[in-house]
Design a protein around this ligand. Sequence first.
Ligand code: ADP
Ligand code: MG
Length: 341
Amino acid sequence: MLEIRDLFKSYENKPLLRGISFSVSKGETICLLGASGSGKSTLLRMIAGLEFPESGQILFNKIDLAQTPPHARDFGLVFQDYGLFPHLNIFDNVAFGLKMKILESNSSLFGMSRQQAVGLQRRVAEMMDLVNLQGFEKRKVTDLSGGEQQRVALARALAPSPRLLMFDEPLGALDKSLKEDLLNQLRAILHKTKIPAIYVTHDQDEAFTIADRILFLHDGEIIRDGTPDEVWTKPNSAWAARMLGMGNVIEGVVTSPNKVKTEVGIFTLNCRHKHSKGEKISLLMKQSEEGVDEIKLKVEDVLFNRDQFQVKTKNGLVIHMKDAPKIGQIIRVKVQVECLA
Ligand code: ADP
Ligand code: MG
């Protein structure tokens, strides 16, 4: 379906995207996860045809889209700020793109045929059902909550049956519980319609909920591409592990084939790579009862988090405990380190 080949883009001589390649297959939702400013929106704008790459290709069904204007690409876009038309009611907002498509395909100057108008009505009603907003057609945009407006934006993008859907941090402006609800609805809709989708976010929770595949965009490159399960088990870089909020990422120096020295102590390395003495590596430190190493840490702060206590230590590590320790207390924790190369 969609194939991105070796895309380059810079602004003011500063490289932003440096050789981006990936593809999206039928019915697949991929999530592009990257920090703010990493070029996620720029990449979507290029796929939409609103911006041009310096080099590289964007293909859909093996056809290069370089000469295809945005509206002829048949791609749907949903943004964080919804982008609804405030002067139109909900029906007209949802009908907008589809109406344009029908009018454009008509060679007559008399607008839509009766049959087409009926078809449009039916399609809008279908979309309102899909996003669970039956009966909202006559309402004004300004009378809707943020979550409802975003569902209207989704219905509008879906109405013309796009070949690809793109979401640019669509839930950024909504609160957490509403976000979860909408994400689950969106997931169900994407599975039902089987439209391939690219979902862009900096939020790892969103990525894990929505994605069949997660792509990490860092420093202008895709540094990891895998299923949520694969990237969680093997993030393969300190940056990805931090981005996923996986816990304590520390730096160390290899001192012998199975030992690594860090700021918080010397650990046993059980790794498939052959590291040489003196090599600097990033490590993920996991708390584990089966851990082969034990460390002593001084408690700096204690926070209650869901069903356990989150303990911050003097060295900036975060440890989870069932019972709250006292501030200043020395705690012993069993850990296991894993190399992140
Ligand atoms: P993201 O969506 O990941 O936050 P963007 O693609 O919006 O990132 O922007 C990435 C970088 O490119 C930012 O530093 C931004 O200032 C810069 N940028 C984006 N568009 C332009 C532009 N039209 N002209 C100059 N710089 C731009
Ligand atoms: Mg952006």
